[in-house]
Design a protein around this ligand. Structure first.
Ligand SMILES: CCCCCCCC(=O)SCCNC(=O)CCNC(=O)[C@H](O)C(C)(C)COP(=O)(O)OP(=O)(O)OC[C@H]1O[C@@H](n2cnc3c(N)ncnc32)[C@H](O)[C@@H]1OP(=O)(O)O
Length: 383
C-alpha cells in the first residue's frame, strides 16, 4: 500500500474487495463473452453505497472522499475493470448533479441515482468532437420554457440502459463559453440510440451513440447557468479520470496476482517459473511500477479532496501514468502466462483488452500530456 490508510479507508477497501471477489470476478469472463451488462449486480453495489460515493448524504449518497472513491474503483476492478469503470462514470454523472444542481434537481434525481433505480450516462463526445470537446455541435435552442435539442453524441457508456443523460449542448456561440449542461431523461420523445458498438474489450457495458431529434428538455433540467457547461464537464472529468486510473490499477493488480500464482504452479526446465531470477526481476518491476502509479493516483485524489489549485494537473498526470502503467503491467502478466495467457479461461487477455481503452477515454493520454504541459510551461513562464 502506497500510503498509510485510515481504519475507515481500510474497511471501505475491504468491503469493495469482498464485493469484487464474490459478485464480480466469478462472472467477469462470462459477461465479457455474452456482452452482458449486469445491472442487477450494479444495484447490489449501490445497496452498499457505491453508486453515490461522493454524493451528499441528504440525497442518499455516501459522502465519502475522492480518495475513498479511488480505493473503491481500484478494488472493484480487481473483479471486473469494465463494471468498475461503468460505475465510475455513473458516479461522475451523479456527482455533477450533486455539485452543480439546484435543490429541486438534487432531490428529484439523486436518491434514485444512489440506489441505481436510475442509471446515468455522461454525454460529451461527438463524432466530430472528441479531444477538442469545446467544438461540440449538438444544439439546444430555447423555445419558451424548453430547449429543443438536435444532434448526436458518440461513444456513450451505458447508453440505452441509462435513465438520465447528463449532456453537454451548445446554447450559445462557438467555443467553450457557448456550452450548457442538460439532464435529459431516457423517455424524452425524439431521443434514440445507435447500435451497441462491437469493441475490443469493455463488453460488460453497452456503448452506443445517443441521437437527439427535436428533443424537448425543460429549462429546469439545466445544471448551472447557460454557458457553464464546459467547465462543469471538465470538473466532472477531473474525478472521472482518476477513477479510470484506479480501474487500470485494479485490473493490473489482478493480472499480476494471477501471474504470481501461475509462476508457482508452472514448471519449465525442472523448476517452477518463480525460481527464475529473470522472471522474478520482471515481477519486481511490475510491482514497483504499480506502486508508483498508486502513489501518484492517491496524491491526485487527495489534491481533489483538498480543492488544490493544481488538482486538475495532478489528475491528468495520474490518469496518464496509471492507465499506461496498468496496461503495460497487465500485458507483461499475460506474457508470463505464455500461451495460456492468450486463452480466455485464464481471464488475463480480457483484462488486457479492458484496460486498453482506459488510455483513450476520459481524455486520451495525449490530452493528459497537453493538460500537464500547459501547466508546466505556464509555471515556467511565471518564474
Ligand atoms: C468504448 C469507448 C471508447 C471511447 C470513449 C470516448 C468517450 C469519453 O471518453 S468521455 C469524454 C472524454 N473527453 C475528454 O476528456 C475531452 C478532452 N478534452 C479536454 O479535456 C479539453 O477539451 C482540453 C483539456 C483539451 C481543453 O480544451 P480548450 O478548448 O483548450 O479549453 P480551455 O481553454 O483549457 O478551457 C476553457 C475553459 O474551461 C475551464 N476549464 C478547463 N479545465 C477545467 C477543469 N478541469 N475544471 C474547471 N474548469 C476548467 C478553463 O479554465 C477555461 O475557463 P475560462 O474560459 O474562464 O478561462
Amino acid at each position: 500500500m502506497s500510503q498509510e490508510l485510515t481504519e475507515d479507508q481500510r474497511a471501505i477497501r475491504e468491503m469493495a474487495l469482498g464485493f469484487a471477489a464474490d459478485a464480480l470476478e466469478p462472472k467477469a469472463v462470462e459477461w465479457d463473452e455474452k456482452k452482458h451488462f449486469p445491472v442487477d449486480v450494479l444495484r447490489e453495489a449501490a445497496a452498499l453505497g457505491m453508486a453515490g460515493i461522493y454524493v451528499a448524504e441528504d440525497v442518499g449518497g455516501s459522502a465519502l472522499s475522492r480518495l475513498d472513491a479511488v480505493l473503491i474503483f481500484e478494488a472493484l476492478a480487481q473483479g471486473c475493470p469494465t463494471v468498475s469503470a461503468y460505475l465510475s462514470i455513473h458516479n461522475m454523472a451523479a456527482s455533477m448533479i450533486d455539485r452543480f444542481g439546484n435543490e429541486e434537481q438534487r432531490q428529484s434525481w439523486l436518491p434514485k441515482l444512489c440506489t441505481m433505480e436510475y442509471l446515468a450516462s455522461y454525454c460529451l463526445t461527438e463524432a466530430g468532437a472528441g479531444s477538442d470537446a469545446a467544438a461540440l455541435k449538438t444544439r439546444a435552442v430555447l423555445d419558451g420554457d424548453h430547449y429543443v435539442v438536435n444532434g448526436a453524441k458518440q461513444f456513450i457508456s451505458g447508453a440505452g440502459a441509462s435513465h438520465l443523460y447528463v449532456t453537454m449542448v451548445r446554447t450559445g456561440g462557438d467555443g467553450p463559453g457557448g456550452i450548457s449542461t442538460l439532464v435529459i431523461p431516457a423517455d424524452s420523445p425524439g431521443l434514440s440510440f445507435g447500435a451497441n458498438e462491437r469493441k475490443m474489450g469493455w463488453n460488460a457495458q453497452p456503448t452506443r451513440a445517443v441521437l437527439f431529434d427535436d428533443v424537448r428538455v425543460p429549462v429546469a433540467n439545466r445544471l448551472g447557468n447557460e454557458g457553464d457547461g464546459f467547465k462543469l464537464a471538465m470538473a466532472g472529468l477531473d474525478g472521472g479520470r482518476i477513477n479510470i486510473g484506479a480501474c487500470s490499477l485494479g485490473g493490473a493488480q489482478a493480472a499480476l496476482d494471477k501471474a504470481v500464482r501461475y509462476m508457482g504452479e508452472r514448471k519449465a526446465f525442472n523448476r517452477s517459473l518463480d525460481q527464475f531470477q529473470a522472471l522474478q526481476f520482471r515481477v519486481a518491476d511490475m510491482a514497483t511500477e504499480l506502486e508508483a502509479a498508486r502513489s501518484l493516483l492517491y496524491r491526485a485524489a487527495s489534491k481533489l479532496d483538498a480543492k488544490a489549485p493544481d488538482a486538475t494537473t495532478f489528475c491528468a498526470m495520474a490518469k496518464r501514468f496509471a492507465t499506461d502503467t496498468g496496461y503495460s503491467v497487465a500485458d507483461a502478466a499475460l506474457q508470463l502466462h505464455g500461451g495460456y495467457g492468450y486463452l480466455a479461461d485464464y481471464g488475463i487477455e480480457k483484462i488486457v483488452r479492458d484496460l486498453r481503452v482506459h488510455q483513450i477515454l476520459e481524455g486520451t493520454n495525449e490530452i493528459m500530456r497537453l493538460i500537464v504541459s500547459r501547466s508546466v510551461f505556464s509555471e515556467g513562464n511565471r518564474s
